[in-house]
Design a protein around this ligand. Structure first.
Ligand SMILES: Cc1ncc(COP(=O)(O)O)c(C=O)c1O
Length: 397
């Protein structure tokens, strides 16, 4: 019988990447839930708040007014106008609407930016811990991640010197995410400005992931966009997901020089085309409507963060740095590894999910080996239930 030659099933580029660690947890948790488990979810990074009513109403109104067709790939003009205005007013930037592109989530804006800037063999500097998708999106583009370790003992602080040490002739870009997912670290504005100027001087692009820019708990909210003289090498990634509790709507944007926006729009024209029209109209209502919902939600996150930190401190074997933004804590569980057959954060998170029905994300997906990420964007009663489960799981080890 003739033998069938072995055929490669998938492309090299898709074989280079893995499924997002957070999405994997969400899928595993959903399976347990479908089987009837009463889960507490500290896994997915999404607000527990409902999308504010005026935003929902705008989408319903848009549907009833037939905003149900394709739009321009980069988004409807009114929304692009409103996004750059909101950014200028709140964060001190100065972009024109043609320097703004709307995407199906900040994640797609980031994906597009990396695909148009990074070529095979290009190096991209990524501070650790990093958001799960940075590494795989860069590798999908053929780029090489150059990791910069930050020290937990220094609150995961990133400095210009740390970055400078990793620059080589192949460095094409760096991704700076502040406030940071998963650590909650917020980059000092002076350090951030110095990083931007250093990169600009050398012709290196900074991709500033500012999806949590409104969830900055320090006294000074800061966007890279306020540093005007580096604009030529800056791409800002923004998102309405966390700011307005709109994760499922899939609405994000990029701000960048017109040629970069043009290239990203060309790429998007060959993939998703425009974001859904009614979603864009909901986004328009979000950024032009009352903003008190943003501050109200932020106040709740601050409170929840303090609560969970207080609880974690009381669990023997766990230490935790105080976050300065976003809605995550990144506890160090090294004091528990080696106990009860648990040797890695991945094993810890897996057993915590299956034995205690508490979903968290293991640190390996964020580039560290002693942590789990907890999203505390949840109701206080859920937070209490989750902490109780964590406490009793830890004492069972
Ligand atoms: C750091 C960071 N960047 C980007 C995103 C993407 O957000 P979205 O695609 O929902 O706008 C997320 C979502 O969790 C994130 O944590």
């Amino acid at each position: 019988m003739a033998t069938v030659p072995a055929v490669k099933q998938f492309s090299d580029r898709v074989n280079r990447i893995e499924i997002s660690a957070t999405m994997a947890v969400v899928a595993e948790a959903a399976k347990l839930k479908a089987g009837g488990a009463d889960l507490v979810e500290f896994g997915a990074g999404e607000p527990h708040f409902a999308t504010p009513q005026h935003i929902k109403d705008a989408a319903i109104h848009a549907i009833n007014n037939d905003c149900t067709k394709y739009t321009a790939v980069a988004g409807v003009q009114d929304l692009r106008n409103a996004l750059v205005r909101r950014h200028a007013v709140d964060l001190g930037s100065m972009y024109q609407p043609h320097e703004c592109m709307v995407s199906t989530g900040g994640k797609l804006a980031l994906f597009n930016a990396i695909q148009v800037l990074v070529d095979h063999g290009d190096e991209v500097i990524v501070p650790v811990p990093y958001w799960v998708s940075f590494k795989d999106i860069i590798e999908y583009a053929g780029g090489k991640c150059v990791f910069v370790e930050t020290a937990e003992s220094d609150n995961f602080r990133l400095t210009p010197e740390m970055i400078e040490r990793q620059i080589t002739p192949r460095t094409r870009a760096m991704i700076i995410n502040s406030p940071n997912n998963p650590s909650g670290a917020v980059l000092d504005p002076a350090d951030f400005s110095a990083i931007l100027r250093m990169a600009h001087k050398r012709g290196i692009y900074v991709i500033a992931d500012e999806c949590y820019v409104y969830l900055n708990f320090t006294p000074r909210r800061f966007s890279a966009g306020s540093v005007m003289d580096v604009k030529q090498h800056l791409v800002i990634i923004g998102s309405l997901s966390k700011t307005y509790a709109m994760t499922g709507w899939r609405l994000g944007y990029a701000l960048a020089p017109a040629p970069i926006i043009g290239a990203m729009t060309k790429l998007q024209s060959q993939s998703t085309s425009s974001t859904a029209h009614m979603v864009q109209m909901a986004g328009l209502a979000a950024v032009t409507g009352p903003q008190d919902c943003v501050d109200k939600m932020k106040k709740d996150y601050v409170l929840l963060g303090e609560l969970i930190l207080g609880h974690l401190k009381l669990i023997p074997g766990i230490t935790c740095v105080k976050p300065e933004g976003a809605f995550y804590v990144y506890p160090n569980i090294s004091g528990l590894l080696g106990r009860g057959g648990v040797n890695t954060p991945a094993e810890f998170a897996k057993r915590l999910l299956h034995e205690a029905h508490l979903a968290t994300v293991p640190g390996e997906g964020f580039g560290t080996h002693e942590h789990v990420r907890i999203s505390y964007a949840t109701r206080q009663s859920e937070l209490d239930r989750g902490i109780e489960r964590l406490r009793s799981f830890v004492s069972s080890l």
